[in-house]
Design a protein around this ligand. Structure first.
Ligand code: PLP
Length: 548
């Protein structure tokens, strides 16, 4: 030992204690546990500070790359977490934070998560998960049935069949989308004669064998960025994710889709998957799934529906018709951690055909033996937690009609908010809500009149300032810390497809009341009117146009 080595208090006995002795009820951590279970919202309100601290300041608390040589007491460390992490995290479940896709969680999930973590099952194989394996298969069966509505015999036959799977549970929509396209790619380039399939021989040999110049995936210009990652990891390249034009309601144009397919085929590029989006991330609009299904059928393409966000709408018998055609999809992505109110880390992909996933099946001797029911044979991920239990529990505790109420209230609230915005002379609704997402922006009433008379250059100039104003309002509102809406950029037809910054609102949190919606726009109006530079510039341009 060097002379300057510290004598530190690390001994095996104290280490054993952290595996065996729980924290005392009156310790810092014990207290937190109590508060968390007594009143979660109060705990978060108390500990998350509202004022925004600049990230560069926060980074100072996380600047040391050395692993500590001296152990901390649990209580001390817990206090440290409260001060540095909890206080500067985001209160995603606050009713006035209406910009996130993940919102409030039901209470019962906190203690149930603890059970899940305590059991620490690994769902990759049955030997480390036992009952969790049939449980997860049942959850996949429930979602499969929600989408495809097969009969009891179907589920009795396939749900627990060792050689089949109705889908895969994974950490989120990204992995779900990659899995769906992985299956689609392998089925499109399957073994044939001497060729042993793309999974064995790779893309280069596959292209040679099939005589294609390339592969393509088609999705509307509102497709989620995870699809680009999928194209990249599947080796076909991001440029092979072809975006198709949308109409003025952010839905794919079927005629453009058909034309794009013809163009690709003329270049000897194989379109192997068409994706319908059921609830776009930015605007919540749903593609015409039946029309896409017709085209995919005719072209013999894999039809995937990305319903990561909107899929939960199927729970509502009042609104599930909006996703009509989804039952014709070869595969569907659903995120339980969005509108099914499950904590992060719960995505699913479901396949219509119980044999579809054979094309990505993997076996190994010590694990995932052939004929075993190991879930890992059909998942991209290896070790996986028992998150499916939380979906299972929520399905039972909330039930389908309970979810229906949650979905219905969110859609109806979005409708209310859209009407409210349309009643304001100084706000403009940009995308009407189909589900519970809508977008809008602040435009002074006189500027709205001026825009109707403005020349193209004047319009572009005002637009530029309005974009900056929208950004200014959104950032200031976030920094004030009372409420939060998100922001995105759209190209609305109404504004000649000019890039338009908009506020984006997701109204999933059942605790968000109408009073909050009123105060959110009131706060935005006050911020806009206090804008020192942008608003005066916009007003000046407005007057110039109105006077000429
Ligand atoms: C959220 C989302 C995804 C990605 O899901 P993650 O869970 O974030 O990986 C994919 N597609 C759509 C439409 C989404 O809304």
């Amino acid at each position: 030992m060097g002379s300057d080595d510290k004598i530190v208090d690390v001994n095996f006995e104290s280490l054993l204690r952290i595996f065996t002795v729980p924290e005392a009820p009156d310790s810092t951590l014990g207290n937190i546990e109590q508060k968390l279970s007594q009143n979660l919202n109060e705990f978060l309100r108390e500990h998350i500070v509202a004022e925004e601290k600049p990230l560069s300041e926060i980074e100072k608390d996380f600047s040391d790359a050395a692993i500590p040589e001296i152990p901390s007491f649990v209580s001390e460390h817990t206090q440290h977490l409260l001060d540095t992490v909890v206080s500067h995290s985001v209160h995603t479940s606050a009713p006035s934070f209406i910009g996130h896709m993940t919102s409030a969680l039901p209470y019962f999930l906190m203690p149930l998560s603890k059970i899940m973590i305590a059991l620490n099952q690994n769902l990759v194989k049955i030997e480390t998960s036992k009952a969790f394996t049939p449980l997860e298969r049942q959850v996949l069966g429930m979602l499969h049935r929600l989408i495809y509505g097969e009969n009891d015999t179907f589920y009795q036959q396939w749900m627990h069949s060792a050689e089949h799977s109705l889908g895969a549970f994974c950490s989120g929509g990204t992995i779900a989308n990659i899995t769906a396209l992985w299956v689609a790619r392998n089925n499109a380039l399957k073994a044939d004669g001497q060729f042993q399939g793309v999974e064995k021989e790779g893309l280069f040999n596959a292209m040679m064998h099939y005589g294609y110049k390339g592969m393509a995936i088609l999705v509307s210009e509102r497709g989620h960025y995870s699809l680009k990652k999928a194209a990249d990891v599947l080796g076909i390249g991001q440029h092979s994710l072809i975006s198709v034009k949308t109409d003025d309601q952010n839905r794919i144009c079927p005629t453009s889709l058909e034309q794009t397919i013809r163009d690709l085929k003329a270049q000897n590029i194989k379109p192997f998957a068409i994706i319908g989006v059921a609830g776009t991330t930015e605007t919540g609009n749903i593609d015409p799934l039946d029309s896409i299904a017709d085209i995919a059928e005719r072209e013999q393409c894999h039809f995937h529906v990305d319903a990561a966000w909107g899929g939960a709408t199927l729970m509502s018998n009042n609104y599930r018709h909006l996703l009509k055609g989804i039952e014709r999809a070869d595969s569907v992505t659903i995120d339980a951690h969005k509108q099914l109110y499950i904590p992060m880390g719960a995505g699913m992909v479901l396949f219509k055909d119980p044999s579809a996933m054979k094309s990505i099946e993997h076996h190994a001797e010590y694990i995932l033996r052939k004929g075993s029911k190991d879930l890992g044979a059909h998942t991209l991920e290896g070790s996986r937690s028992g998150m499916a239990m939380l979906v299972y529990s929520s399905m039972h505790i909330i039930s389908r009609p309970g979810y229906e109420l949650l979905i219905d209230q969110s859609i109806e609230k979005a409708q209310y908010f859209a009407d409210l915005i349309e009643q304001q002379p100084d706000f403009e609704l940009i995308s009407k809500p189909e589900l519970c997402i809508l977008t809008y922006r602040y435009v002074p009433a006189s500027t709205q009149q001026a825009l109707a008379l403005a020349s193209a250059t004047e319009k572009a100039e005002i637009h530029q300032y309005l974009n900056e104003l929208t950004t200014f309002i959104q950032k200031s509102q976030r920094e004030n810390g009372r409420s939060f809406v998100s922001r995105t950029r759209l190209t609305p037809k109404k504004w000649d497809r000019m890039e338009t910054n908009v506020f984006r609102v997701v109204l999933a949190n059942p605790l968000t009341g109408k009073d909050i919606l009123h105060s959110v726009i009131e706060e935005q109006r006050v911020i806009a009117q206090s804008s020192p530079v942008l608003l005066p510039k916009i007003k000046a341009l407005t007057e110039k146009i109105l006077q000429s």
